[in-house]
Write a protein that binds this ligand. Structure first.
Ligand SMILES: Nc1nc2c(ncn2[C@@H]2O[C@H](COP(=O)(O)OP(=O)(O)OP(=O)(O)O)[C@@H](O)[C@H]2O)c(=O)[nH]1
Length: 583
């Protein structure tokens, strides 16, 4: 395998390149040639002329191309240009599959693509898509819905004006569809890496209303609020450029995926280029040069050990805005391992543990080789300028990074304090109010019984009067500790609702289970044997419990549900204390 990339200014340049000795020699030796054209110009006739020349060069050529928001020429980021990459393959064949489409038939397009790809069993499939005129998330999700035994990677064609993108396949130039380049051959090998390089900084938030690529509400408030409230980003012509620095980060398979909002709707909704799921949680992220540096170093050592013969980069156009001139450091970083080509995308993707998320802001590096004979690792040449001492980590960025880190930690501490009761360290009443409605809403999606338990310490006034207020505090801490110790499942929540009153929210298979759990809590408290001489029903501290269990679809009103548990607690007290009353 051998890769040559050149930038051309005109068709004469292209003809010159195709007649140079290096190209002719590799062409002769090759079984197939993949020619890729990446161009900033949304110019159909330019692509058609390029196609005529390249296809006329050799019958071995498979020609594909895309418009871009930046091109990569031997690792160098260049803009407003046209690059031609020729990948000479000695033992691999390349089969292109081209599907043109209209908006809305992505599912059909995906099925047809899948059917055609499966027939030829490729090792890897590189996809070029048209994100401005088709829903790429739907295409990719359906294409990879069932298991697949090939690697997938690629990116969306770009356009500086975000108006129209073009794909090229053979002699065809079109605005909507997909081109799949299938690599077939037993000696073809590939290694992919991806990272984002933005770090989370805010509290976790939930997409409470979303459909398709539109996010309407975050934590039940208009989604745009988070950009105005926390970042002072306005809904003006600069919105996209400002929001790039602060995308929403979702955690997927241990790593963060970034989603950058592209525009704001009149209802305060945010539009993205990939879909947003209701219930999805995320944090606001910030651009973190330290993470980028360390990810690049990891990729470099992994790719160096793989000894690729060519590297393709699919890197999000947004990275160029955020990294500005430093972008060169990122794309050139791998160029001393193998020739690096590629382009800046609108949305990029690659398979991660069997799934292919549509990414944003990501950097994808794909190393390829054909040789199966052992090659010793190339010792990495010393870079004249080490990445750790370069512009990536100017003192300014380090300070900003650390300040953000500080804010983050502070944020977490404040958040924890705001929801915790100072005496018992259980969740406080305020957090109960937030969790109670959220639990009811989320539980509606499951079929379990939701249980709300209200608990009150018996004869606690007498306890305080006899043992003193401080001893009373200690007793409350012990009761709280006992609750926490016994209610440990991920969706058990214990609260101090106020004074000597506690609440537990939990789920159960049925009422019998719910009741025995409540009785277990009650007995555990009595079994702590906290002496209570003034109790009329026991020698130790005991509690009374009201327990309201509900099928979640029968809860129409939170306050009625709360009152039901409260009334049951009252009945437990009235009927003798140290007992559970269930509905
Ligand atoms: N030590 C201490 N006492 C508290 C705290 N909060 C509330 N209390 C006391 O808890 C007692 C609650 O008394 P009551 O509401 O009369 O109830 P009770 O004595 O437990 O009687 P029953 O609930 O009917 O069994 C009051 O004396 C409050 O002052 C606290 O944080 N620490």
């Amino acid at each position: 395998m051998h890769q040559i990339t050149v930038s051309i200014k005109n068709l004469k340049d292209l003809r010159g390149i195709l007649s140079n000795d290096e190209v002719l020699t590799h062409s002769e030796r090759s079984q197939s040639i993949l020619a890729m054209v990446y161009t900033a110009y949304i110019d159909k006739s330019l692509l058609e002329s390029i196609s005529q020349i390249i296809l006329g060069f050799s019958a071995k050529v498979t020609l594909v191309g895309a418009t871009t928001t930046g091109e990569i020429d031997n690792g160098k980021t260049i803009t407003r240009s046209t690059t031609i990459t020729l990948l000479f393959l000695e033992a691999t064949s390349v089969v292109p599959i081209t599907i043109k489409s209209e908006l809305g038939d992505e599912e059909e397009m995906a099925m047809s693509l899948r059917h055609q790809v499966l027939k030829i069993s490729p090792k890897a499939v590189m996809l070029l898509t048209t994100p401005l005129s088709s829903d790429v998330s739907v295409l990719i999700q359906n294409f990879t819905k069932e298991s697949f035994a090939f690697e997938v990677f690629g990116g969306g064609a770009g356009d500086y004006a975000h108006e129209c993108t073009l794909l090229l396949s053979g002699t065809e130039v079109f605005t909507s569809g997909v081109v799949a380049i299938c690599f077939i051959g037993s000696s073809f090998q590939l290694k992919k890496h991806t990272f984002v390089g933005w770090s989370p900084m805010s509290k976790e938030m939930t997409a409470t209303r979303a459909q398709g690529n539109t996010l309407f509400t975050i934590d039940d408030k208009p989604a745009f609020d988070i950009y105005t409230k926390y970042l002072n980003i306005k809904d003006d012509s600069e919105f996209f450029a400002n929001a790039i620095g602060f995308p929403l980060l979702t955690k997927t398979k241990g790593d963060y995926l970034a989603k950058v909002p592209v525009s704001v709707g009149s209802d305060g909704s945010l539009a993205f280029i990939s879909s947003v799921r209701e219930g999805e949680t995320f944090r606001l992220g910030f651009f973190n040069p330290e993470i980028i540096k360390s990810n690049l170093q990891d990729i470099k050592s992994s790719l160096n050990a793989f000894t690729p013969e060519a590297i393709f980069l699919f890197t999000c156009g947004c990275r160029r805005f955020a990294l500005a001139d430093d972008i060169q450091l990122e794309t050139q970083y791998l160029a001393d391992i193998a020739p690096v080509s590629g382009f800046y995308t609108i949305g990029e993707f690659c398979d991660i543990q069997g799934e292919v998320p549509q990414m944003n802001l990501a950097f994808i590096a794909v190393g390829m080789k054909e040789s199966i004979t052992f090659k010793p690792h190339k010792a990495l040449p010393e870079r004249k300028k080490k990445i750790s001492s370069d512009k990536f980590l100017t003192s300014h960025m380090t300070v900003v990074g650390r300040l953000l880190y500080f804010i983050n930690v502070l944020n977490e501490e404040l958040e924890q304090q705001a929801i915790t009761d100072g005496l018992t360290h259980l969740y406080n009443r305020r957090h109960f109010d937030a969790i109670f409605s959220a639990t009811i809403r989320i539980a509606k999606r499951h079929n379990k019984l939701l249980c709300f338990l209200m608990m009150d310490v018996d004869y606690f006034k007498q306890y305080n009067d006899y043992y003193g207020h401080q001893a009373g505090d200690k007793a409350l801490i012990k009761v709280a500790h006992c609750l926490k110790k016994n209610a440990q499942r991920a969706d058990d929540y214990c609260f101090r609702l106020g004074g000597e009153e506690f609440g537990v929210l939990y789920k159960a298979e049925n009422k019998d289970h719910a009741l025995s759990f409540a009785n277990m809590l009650r007995k555990s408290i009595e079994n702590m044997h906290i002496e209570h001489e003034k109790s009329e029903i026991s020698s130790f501290i005991t509690v009374s419990i009201g327990l309201a269990c509900k099928e979640t679809n029968t809860i129409s009103n939170e306050s009625d549900y709360y009152k039901e548990a409260d009334d049951l607690l009252y009945q437990a007290k009235k009927s003798g204390r140290n007992r559970v009353k269930i509905n």
